[in-house]
Write a protein that binds this ligand. Structure first.
Ligand SMILES: Cc1cc2nc3c(=O)[nH]c(=O)nc-3n(C[C@H](O)[C@H](O)[C@H](O)COP(=O)(O)OP(=O)(O)OC[C@H]3O[C@@H](n4cnc5c(N)ncnc54)[C@H](O)[C@@H]3O)c2cc1C
Length: 370
């Protein structure tokens, strides 16, 4: 094992996948999270949808790489499948059909998808309003088992020698002559040769890194799961309605619903609930799913999707601070792309370079004023 110590701040998908691929490369890894349970924030609060049709070439490429990993992970990674290919439909009413057609015709979004008559989707969801002008079907996309993925990364990292300390808050980056040399934590100083910020909604907040702003903004999004619906087939597909921005899929016997809200927030407010958004979900559900007699909320929550100003991920070494790396700003695609992001980050940290086609595009972009 390498003598170099890599400290990773954050045990969501970003930190866990990075720890996994670093440990596989024989790097000495210490993974820290302030929560006692890993994955307690965005990684444990998302919609778990596998959609590789992302209209941004770099992110699409990471999603496609990750899909290959999730489809056939290394032996021992998980006893159960990491996702179910229940299929995904993108749909639009007439007013949004042209935009959706332009999106799904892009080479990175057309792979694996084809335009089908809306009746095909109405058959899968007889309760859906017959208002669609365009329907594109991706039969091999679907829904993740996020817990199995996270556990696979953490277990694999630990088996390869990574150390994990949960319930430990990183308070500040420690620097000597501008080089990062470790972190101050709630349990004392932890020395490091490299520090990786994988703090999700808090990534832009860490004192010591705050002088190197990357423009990371958490945006809050609510999800609601209905009470069980006996008439719903639990293997029904994921549906995403463009224009009105509403998506749903089966979950826990009911439907998981999202109105695609995205309010920029401070991380402290990133998981607090807003009644008006829950009302918006109810309105969209009434508009699009009139065939369900009564949809009752069983539970709901909010979580953060964190974006850089240009909405591209931030993965790689910070040019302003030797020893500092970022794996942040994974927005709404962190699970879908997690395996490839972790592998890319590990390559930068272990080798100091990456030949991955997306590597340069995702390097920390230094704001002009910094
Ligand atoms: C409502 C919603 C729906 C989504 N749907 C999807 C989807 O369908 N498909 C998809 O691919 N993605 C989806 N996402 C996006 C995905 O969840 C995120 O991109 C991903 O989880 C981000 O992972 P992360 O590891 O960067 O952040 P997190 O999972 O939040 O992990 C960051 C960790 O850092 C820790 N931390 C922060 N600061 C410190 C500190 N100072 N000291 C110690 N620990 C610290 C936190 O405790 C936390 O555990 C969705 C997100 C939301 C909110």
């Amino acid at each position: 094992m390498s003598e170099r110590r890599v400290v990773i701040v954050g045990a969501g998908i970003a930190g866990a996948a990075t720890a996994y691929f670093l440990a596989q490369r024989g790097q000495r890894v210490i993974l820290l999270d302030r929560e006692r349970t890993p994955g307690a924030h965005s990684t444990g609060r998302n919609a778990a949808i596998l959609r590789t049709a992302i209209p941004e070439p770099a992110l699409h490429a990471l999603a496609a790489d990750s899909r290959r990993f999730y489809a056939s992970p290394p032996p021992g990674f998980s006893e159960i499948p990491l996702f179910e290919s229940v299929g995904l439909y993108l749909g639009a009413a007439i007013e949004a059909a042209e935009d959706l057609r332009a999106w799904t015709a892009r080479s990175d979004c057309s792979a694996g998808g084809s335009e089908v008559p809306p009746e095909q989707l109405y058959e899968a969801y007889p309760q859906l309003a017959h208002k669609l002008a365009l329907t594109v079907h991706y039969p091999t996309e679907g829904a993740f088992d996020v817990n199995a993925i996270l556990v696979g990364f953490l277990r694999g990292a630990r088996a390869a020698g990574a150390e994990m300390r949960f319930g430990v808050e990183v308070l500040e980056l420690a620097k000597r002559a501008e080089r990062v040399v470790g972190v101050e934590t709630s349990e004392g100083f932890v020395k490091a040769d490299e520090v990786v910020i994988a703090g999700g909604g808090w990534a832009g907040r860490l004192p010591g890194a705050a002088g190197w702003p990357l423009g990371l903004t958490p945006k809050r999004r609510h999800l609601l799961v209905t009470a069980p619906l006996p008439e719903l087939d639990p293997r029904s597909p994921v549906v995403w309605l463009a224009g009105d921005e509403f998506y749903f899929r089966p979950e826990s016997g009911g439907l998981l619903l999202c109105a695609c809200d995205q309010d920029a927030v401070e991380p402290e407010q990133g998981e607090s609930l807003r009644d008006e958004v829950l009302e918006r979900i109810a309105e969209k559900a009434a508009r699009w799913l009139p065939g369900f007699d009564a949809l009752e909320a069983a539970h709901y929550w909010a979580g953060m999707r964190t974006f850089a100003d240009d909405s591209l991920f931030v993965v790689g070494p910070d040019p302003r601070a030797p020893g500092l790396h970022w794996v942040a700003g994974l927005g709404g695609h962190g699970i879908t792309t997690g395996a490839a992001v972790g592998r890319l980050a590990a390559e930068w940290i272990a080798e100091g370079w990456s030949g991955h086609p997306c590597a340069q595009a995702l390097l920390p972009r230094v704001p002009v004023s910094a």
